[in-house]
Design a protein around this ligand. Structure first.
Ligand SMILES: [Zn+2]
Ligand SMILES: [Zn+2]
Length: 118
């Protein structure tokens, strides 16, 4: 269900849920399908539940992936690696961290980075 009162930061109306359980379920599905971590919160404006981003998600404005989506940016190699580990378990895909050529952050790629050096 879409809220008719509350908009997200992108100007779209937020999805609304009438219980925390329903919101949690939807958050789990979103994570499974898109790899985005969302957390349910009770909205003070409308009294229903919305999903919010757990922590501000960084995106690189310079790099796009093969689908031409902006690539997620991770502040450190460790952070990128932990996300890669998580995705490997959740979605059975193997990703490798690499340093963004434009910023100080890290991205994940499906390509095996140059061998020999770690
Ligand atoms: Zn609301
Ligand atoms: Zn980048």
């Amino acid at each position: 269900m879409r809220s008719t009162t509350c908009k997200g930061s992108n100007g779209q109306y937020l999805a609304e849920y009438h219980s925390q359980a329903a919101a949690s379920l939807a958050a789990g599905e979103t994570e499974m399908n898109y790899g985005h971590k969302l957390t349910p919160y009770e909205c003070r404006a409308c009294g229903y539940w919305h999903l919010g981003v757990v922590k501000t998600k960084l995106q690189c404005m310079q790099c796009t992936d093969s689908g031409l989506f902006l690539k997620d940016l991770y502040p450190s190699r460790a952070e990128a690696q932990s996300t890669a580990d998580h995705l490997r378990k959740q979605r059975k895909i193997q990703l490798y961290p690499y340093k963004c050529p434009h910023t100080n952050g890290w991205h994940l790629t499906k390509r095996v980075p140059g061998k020999g050096r770690q």
